[in-house]
Every structure is written in C-alpha cells, then in structure tokens.
Design a binder for this molecule. Structure first.
Ligand code: FAD
Ligand code: NAP
Length: 339
C-alpha cells in the first residue's frame, strides 16, 4: 500500500479559515488506488472517511474523528475534440484556478468567469460553483465518481448531477460519492458572459472593447482581489451564507421599508436577495469579537483574524442568522460544509 496514514494531524494548513483542529487520521490520495486503500483502511478500523480538497468551503468546529483524505491527484487530458468544442478531463486534486488558467492558455473559453475561486476540480461539482453569471453546470460534460456504498465507479451526466444554485446530488448525499475526475465542454470560439456585476465596466475602464476570454479572466481576478480577502493573509471560506431565494411578496415587503434593497427576480418567480446587503444593513460589516469577524469590505464573508475557533465562527454566524431573521423575516443558510 503506497498510502501513508498519519495519526493526529493538525488541519490548520488544510482549511482556508485556518482553524486549528486535529484529524484522528490523515492521508493524501494521489490516484484511484490510494482512494481505494483509504476506504479499505477506514473500513478495517471502523472510522469514518472525510474527503477534502483545498479546504476552502469547510467550517471545522471540532477535532475530526475520521480519516481525513486530501485529494492531490493530478492530470489534465483532452478526451474529445470536434474542431470547435474540446472536452477536457481533470483529476479531482487539480487546483481549480491553475486549471482555469491552463484552459485559457490552450485558447479555450468557458471557465473564464470562474477565475480565482480557491479549491480543487473534484470539489467544484459539490456546490456547482458559480460566479459572475456562470456555474460549472454551464460547461459540465460529465464526471466519474466512486460509489462509497458499493465500491463501483459511476459516470454522471449533466441531468444526473441535480445541479442547482450552490447545490448538487453530491451535496445532497454527503459521503456517498467520491468524485475522482471531472470533464468540461470548452469552446475554441469565445462565448463571453459580461453582463453580471461590474465585469463589462472594468473591461471598459481598461480600454478593452473586444475582450478575449483571458481579458475577462484578468478583469474578474482584479475585481475579486479588491473585494475578497486572500485566505493566505486572512482566514475565510468565501461567502458564508447563500443568497436567499424568497417569494416576490417577501421581497416587496422588504423593499417597501428599504428601497435600496439589492434583489434579483428569478425566472421561477422567486427573488434572490443579496445576503451581503442584508448583513451590511443590519450593521454587521466590519464587526469583530475576539478573532472572529465580518469582513470590512464584504459583509458576506466571515473572517478569522488568527486564533478564532470554528465554534466561535459558528456562534457569530448563528447570531447573524437570528438577527437577519428578526429584522427582515429571511432565513440565511450557511454555505460552507460544517464538520
Ligand atoms: P473543500 O472545502 O475541501 O470541500 C468542500 C466539500 O466538498 C466538503 O464537503 C468535502 O467533503 C467535499 N469534497 C471535496 N472534494 C471532494 C471530492 N473529490 N469528492 C467528493 N466530495 C468532495 N465558491 C463558489 O461557488 N463561487 C465563488 O466565487 C467562490 N469564491 C470563493 C472565494 C474565497 C476567497 C474562498 C475562500 C472560497 C470561495 N468559494 C467560492 C468557495 C470554495 O472555494 C468552493 O466551494 C470550492 O469549490 C471548494 O473546493 P475545495 O477543494 O476547497 O473543497
Ligand atoms: P456582487 O457582485 O457584489 O453581487 C452581490 C450579489 O448579487 C451576488 O452575490 C450575486 O449573486 C448577485 N448579483 C450580482 N449581479 C447580479 C446579476 N446581474 N444577476 C443576478 N444576481 C446578481 O457579489 P460579490 O460578492 O462581489 O461576488 C461576485 C461573484 O462571485 C458572485 O457571483 C458570487 O456568487 C461569487 N462569489 C462567491 C463566493 C462563494 O464563496 N460562494 C465568494 C466570492 C464570490 P450570486 O452569488 O448568486 O451570483
């Protein structure tokens, strides 16, 4: 067995909140054989197995009584090419942003709006990652996962993944599917999405009228870097709450009280509210207690100034949820996965 299992490993370097908890057992999987070895190792000792990638969507509130398996498998290959469209397959442990940069260097369009998202390829389908009007469902060609109940490999097509806003069948059934590799439909011709947020404005400011996918990626990287804390500098897990979808009459009631409410009507009649606006309006932006806080520039991001525990961050999140429910009658749902 090539898998190296270590006892009592600090997970501080392996979660972007920088929370210092311990894994009972820890190993890294470089390939499918390591994954199978880890499953067998955990089953023999009757310990649960928790798969992680970059740890950028985790809130760890206690030591983890499990074998924590970090996916570090690498490899990117072309598995389809009809002259216009290329299907690229990437191993689960490939870091996401460098993978996006790789697709752009190959002259392929599709992932540019998803630039600078931390984490790994294998975790991207978990919550159907999205930013600036694109979600991975828009470019998804398929994935291969290991069914942890049966030990069999299964290929998933787009409809089988149940992708929705920050959701998927994989998130709905935690611990069932271990994603090994993901395939993406990418285009040689650019089909750009520039209408979301300040993307077009940033390109215009840069004097770019006919942007390439790489121009869009650079613009998005610059917007994100100005607003979002770099986890290497300040611990965080990105947006801490999902943007709530509410009935149109609820949005109208809030808007009557707060005409500047940021709200986006959806095709199904619901309205998506900007959770960051609600939290900022409730006065939490820049709040700090001990080392747990709400980011000064983006109220949707909870931050760890150094030594906050996962429980302190969770407690802060619960206080914000309660306050938003009382003020606006809106339930905020946590986005990171809590263990
Ligand atoms: P982890 O945090 O390691 O794991 C997340 C979940 O997936 C866990 O439940 C884990 O068990 C499971 N998992 C991980 N790998 C696998 C696998 N191979 N098979 C099965 N299950 C697995 N998200 C967005 O959607 N859009 C954004 O724009 C965005 N911006 C962010 C900005 C910052 C600064 C940060 C810190 C986070 C941001 N995120 C964003 C959240 C996060 O980066 C993404 O959700 C990312 O896909 C998580 O990847 P990861 O490898 O770090 O997953
Ligand atoms: P923003 O541009 O300030 O916008 C605030 C919110 O309004 C966003 O969350 C976005 O919802 C929504 N929005 C903006 N323009 C919209 C439009 N034209 N149509 C519909 N909804 C619109 O947001 P931000 O915080 O700087 O983030 C920018 C993008 O990166 C967003 O897409 C955001 O989701 C993504 N992001 C995600 C995370 C994460 O951890 N999940 C972290 C950082 C950034 P949506 O979130 O639904 O897009």
């Amino acid at each position: 067995m090539s898998l190296q299992v270590q006892p009592q490993v600090s997970l501080k370097p392996f979660n972007t909140f920088g929370v210092d908890v311990r894994a009972q057992l820890f190993a890294e999987a470089r390939n499918d054989a390591d994954v199978r070895d880890a499953l067998a190792y955990a089953a023999e000792r009757d310990v649960p197995l928790l798969v992680i990638g970059g740890g950028s969507n985790l809130l760890l509130t206690a030591d983890v009584p499990a074998l924590v398996l970090r996916m570090v498998s690498r490899g990117i290959r072309v598995v389809g090419d009809d002259g216009n469209r290329v299907v690229l397959e990437a191993e689960a442990g490939e870091p996401w942003h460098p993978f996006v940069q790789h697709t752009l260097a190959l002259g392929l369009s599709g992932l540019e709006n998803l630039s600078l998202i931390p984490g790994t390829v294998g975790a991207a389908p978990m919550q159907n990652i999205g930013a600036y009007g694109v979600e991975i469902k828009d470019v998804f060609a398929g994935l291969t996962a290991l069914d942890r109940q049966t030990g069999e490999l299964r290929d998933f097509t787009l409809p089988e993944c149940g992708f929705a806003y920050r959701d998927s069948v994989f998130k709905q059934h935690p611990g069932r599917w271990l994603i090994l590799r993901v395939r993406f439909n990418l285009d040689r011709a650019a089909h750009l999405h520039l209408e979301y947020g300040p993307v077009r404005q940033r390109l215009t400011e840069q004097g770019i009228e006919q942007p390439t996918p790489s121009d869009v990626s650079r613009a998005i990287c610059s917007i994100r870097s100005e607003k979002l804390p770099d986890p290497a500098v300040l611990g965080n897990a990105g947006s801490f709450f999902k943007n709530p979808l509410v009935p149109a009459h609820t949005a109208a009631q809030i808007k009557a009280q707060h005409p500047d409410l940021v709200a986006y009507p959806q095709a199904d009649g619901q309205v998506k509210l900007a959770a960051g606006w609600l939290i900022e309006r409730a006065g939490w932006k820049g709040f700090r207690e001990g080392d747990a806080g709400v980011h000064k520039l983006q109220a949707l991001v909870l931050v760890n100034y150094g030594a906050a525990t996962g429980l302190q961050l969770f407690d802060l999140a619960q206080r914000i949820q309660k306050d938003i429910a009382e003020r606006f009658n809106v339930e905020l749902e946590m986005e990171p996965n809590r263990y």
